[in-house]
Design a protein around this ligand. Structure first.
Ligand SMILES: [Zn+2]
Length: 59
């Protein structure tokens, strides 16, 4: 399985699997409030919040 990690600056990200064989319809994913990461259920790409990102939803 591909362990690609993608840094993002918002708690909501759009994923379409990129242009590779794992491509899929565009979906929106919400990063976990506590761990600040999410794994796409379609292509298993791992999105993590970029260090220092200014997140409005921060508690
Ligand atoms: Zn995906």
């Amino acid at each position: 399985m591909d362990d690609e990690i993608i840094e993002v600056e918002t708690l909501t990200v759009a994923c379409d699997g990129g242009n590779g064989p794992l491509g899929h319809p565009n979906v929106y994913l919400h990063l976990d409030d506590a761990s600040h990461d999410v794994v796409c259920p379609y292509c298993s790409r791992h999105f993590v919040l970029k260090e220092g990102a200014d997140v409005a939803a921060r508690h």
